[in-house]
Design a protein around this ligand. Structure first.
Ligand code: ADP
Ligand code: ADP
Length: 226
């Protein structure tokens, strides 16, 4: 069953002068892991922001679980290349922030041990009371992934989330991410520059053309899953 349905989705800026994304159709199956690969400027980030409901498309529709995406933000977890932690909150309070906003401070407090466990999972045991400025770029990104996971989103939209990490940390985080997606039957859509990474993680790899983005091909990858 398709979780996402994009029909004729395109984006232009400057009253049509800049074509950021040529019309694309896309269906994402529940529980699938898709990657999109393509050169800089082909519209990958634009596509992701449209899927998240952050940017309105110029044409077309984005349906998530049968509803227009704009009303559905809660089911979506997003990560960008750069960590976007709040500097005045400790690592664990950054992780708990979405719960705090959604369900209140008391509810966030109740999930403190869960947040702690997530930080431990990504190798940040003992860093819970540390402020973002004391974290390396990679550590801040690993804190961001905990913040995304704590709300248990059904859909993960990931814009090169681990590009700030060294290769070993990136491999580790990718495997963790894949494991979590599988165990939650979450649907993931990942922008990456790395073909090996896409092949390692994905059921389907979408390849976008160099000029404003049409999908050239979708390559289904069939590998035994862990
Ligand atoms: P990618 O993520 O594949 O590098 P982007 O989606 O960031 O590509 O950008 C696609 C094209 O749209 C680029 O030519 C970029 O310069 C342009 N673009 C993106 N955002 C804006 C914006 N807010 N205003 C004007 N042009 C934009
Ligand atoms: P990078 O951002 O360069 O990829 P990592 O996030 O992979 O760095 O961090 C590498 C290791 O360096 C961490 O696991 C941690 O043990 C150590 N480290 C980095 N920054 C700090 C810090 N501010 N305090 C303590 N240890 C740190």
């Amino acid at each position: 069953r398709p979780v996402y349905q994009l029909r004729n989705v395109s984006k232009s800026y400057g009253f049509g002068k800049i074509r950021a994304l040529d019309p694309v159709d896309l269906d994402l199956r529940q529980g699938s892991f898709s990657s999109v690969i393509g050169p800089s400027g082909c519209g990958k980030s634009t596509l992701l922001k449209i899927m998240a409901g952050v940017t309105p498309p110029t044409t077309g529709s984005v349906i998530l679980e049968g509803k227009p995406v704009l009303g559905a933000r809660r089911e979506i977890g997003m990560m960008y290349q750069q960590a976007t932690l709040f500097p005045w909150l400790t690592a664990i309070d950054n992780v708990l922030l979405p719960i705090s906003i959604r369900d209140g401070k008391a509810a966030a407090n109740d999930r403190r041990s869960e947040a702690q466990a997530l930080l431990e999972l990504v190798g940040l045991k003992g860093f819970d009371k540390v402020y973002p400025r004391q974290l390396s770029g990679g550590m801040a990104q690993r804190t961001s992934i905990c913040r995304m996971l704590i709300t248990e989103p059904q859909v993960l939209l990931l814009d090169e989330p681990f590009s700030a990490l060294d290769e070993l940390a990136r491999d580790f985080m990718n495997i963790e991410l894949q494991r979590i997606c599988l165990s939650r039957n979450a649907t993931a859509f990942l922008i990456t520059h790395s073909i090996p990474e896409a092949v390692l993680l994905s059921d389907v790899v979408y390849i976008m053309s160099p000029r404003p983005g049409k999908f050239l091909e979708a390559v289904p990858i069939e590998l035994p899953r862990p």
